[in-house]
Design a protein around this ligand. Structure first.
Ligand code: DUC
Ligand code: ZN
Ligand code: ZN
Ligand code: ZN
Length: 463
């Protein structure tokens, strides 16, 4: 099958130009002006549209047993949402709990995706315990092509590792050339502050943020950086939410620590006042690290443009209102998470590129290319070049619409962005040369998505 995309404006992390793209089977085979149409070639006219490399969401939860319940998506709903929203590759956190066998967990997560995903996917393997058996299993998992780890400094007794285990994980990662992603919050401080607030009768969702203040995240980030510095391992801070944590990461980077920074969609657009809304409204906005004081948003946007923040993910984690209500009388029992997989590209485009000051190239870099480079997918993914996978987003910047639970594909009965305007959307999305979205609607095939096996590959941030 051959496909020709004509008359679009190609935008990559570095360039911007008009050219046609010729696709043979799964990859891009030519880029140029006025490519000849051979018989049997399907033609897509992209006049007035941007052509972006398929977007990559480096931080997604799909199968997630957490806080006594399960996140709501499966690979069918999640990959549909991803593609309609322009994301052609997602990296899911494979998160067996501390009590679970790592290899059994890894196989469970793989089975949930196999034969069902409409987009390509990979895993970050959570290390939630470190012992001899786990270490041997981690070596096998890396050999299987899952070449990034995840650690939690919070969620003590469930996902969390202690400092000794963090040290051992980083040493192994260094040896294997694996990048370690980390949720950076001080577990002990969170637990003490939660207990004190609840004992004082401060039980509503507006107390979630004060139970995990900015200092707690800054401490976690500083400690992670210190351990990276000591071991020489390469790290990636996930879902960074506030200025003090950013400073901790950038100070470390400035002294040569191999550390990169991700922030996630909710932190750019929402703030802690949302969790203070009445009734169930407030519960929707509980995630960790929590939504912050609004003053942090300017810092995040500025760091995104200048590269201090490397990537934008979502921490997509859908819980229905019924599940959120489990914590209506005690904020520590509210399942943490906000859905966003479908909305990341459109919202970052709208409030970054269209109405803000995010350059188009940095937008592509932060939402696609940089993640491909950090996680061993480049130049197969994250690039528009001859030989790269034909994962393309033909984006219509003239589209106008609003986000709503009524039209979303994510399996969640609310949207944290209900009613919010968007200035553009993907018109056509291809996954390895196959059209999976047309006219903004999913027309794809489930099972088309592949587990991406990655080489050990570590690239430190370029800042
Ligand atoms: N934070 C969330 O909000 N949800 C999932 C896990 C996490 O760290
Ligand atoms: Zn996390
Ligand atoms: Zn997460
Ligand atoms: Zn169309």
């Amino acid at each position: 099958m051959c496909l020709l995309i004509r008359n679009g404006e190609i935008v990559t992390s570095k360039d911007r130009y008009f050219a046609d793209i010729y696709i043979e089977d799964e990859t891009i085979s030519a880029i140029g002006k006025h490519i000849e149409v051979l018989p049997g070639t399907k033609v897509i006219d992209a006049t007035g549209k941007y052509i972006f490399p398929g977007f990559i969401d480096p931080h997604v939860h799909i199968h997630l047993p957490f806080m006594g319940t399960f996140a709501k998506d499966d690979y069918k709903t999640a990959s549909t949402a991803a593609l309609v929203g322009g994301t052609t590759t997602l990296i899911e956190m494979c998160c067996p709990s501390r009590g679970e066998d790592a290899m059994e967990g890894y196989n469970t997560w793989k089975q949930k995706a196999a034969g069902l995903s409409a987009c390509d996917y990979a895993f970050h393997m959570a290390v939630t315990r470190f012992d001899e058996k786990t270490e041997a299993q981690l070596r096998e998992i890396v050999a299987d092509g899952t070449t990034s780890f995840k650690i939690f400094l919070s969620y003590k007794n469930f996902f969390g590792v202690d400092d000794g285990e963090m040290y051992q994980t980083l040493k192994l990662a260094r040896e294997l050339g694996v990048i370690v992603t980390a949720h950076c919050e001080n577990a002990e401080l969170v637990s003490r502050l939660q207990q004190e607030l609840i004992a004082a009768g401060k039980t509503g969702p507006e107390w979630h943020e004060p139970s995990r203040p900015e200092t707690v995240e800054a401490e976690g980030t500083t400690r992670f950086a210190t351990f990276l510095e000591t071991t020489g391992a390469t790290g990636y801070v996930v879902h960074l939410s506030c200025a003090p944590a950013l400073k901790a990461a950038l100070d470390a980077k400035a002294r040569g620590v191999k550390i990169s920074v991700e922030s996630v969609l909710p932190h750019f657009l929402l703030d802690k006042t949302y969790a203070g809304r009445e009734g169930v409204e407030g519960l929707k906005y509980v995630m960790s690290p929590p939504l912050r004081d609004k003053r942090n948003q300017a810092t995040l946007w500025e760091a995104l443009e200048d590269g201090g923040i490397d990537t934008v993910g979502t921490d997509h984690c859908p819980f229905d209102l019924e599940q959120k209500l489990l914590g209506k009388d005690n904020f520590t029992l509210i399942p943490n998470g906000i859905p966003g997989l479908e909305d990341r590209v459109n919202l970052m485009y709208t409030y970054g590129v269209s109405r803000g000051s995010l350059s188009l190239n940095r937008f592509v870099d932060a939402l696609s290319t940089k993640a491909a480079k950090l996680f061993g997918l480049y130049p197969r993914k994250g690039e528009i070049a001859v030989g790269s996978d034909a994962d393309l987003v033909i984006y219509d910047p003239a589209y106008r619409g609003n986000i709503s639970v009524k039209t979303q594909h994510m399996n969640c009965d609310y949207s944290g962005f209900e009613g919010v305007e968007i200035d553009g959307r993907p018109d056509v999305v291809t996954v390895r040369g196959k059209v999976q979205v047309r006219d903004g609607a999913f027309v794809g095939e489930y099972g088309r998505g592949e587990l991406l096996r990655r080489k050990p590959h570590v690239e430190s941030s370029t800042r």
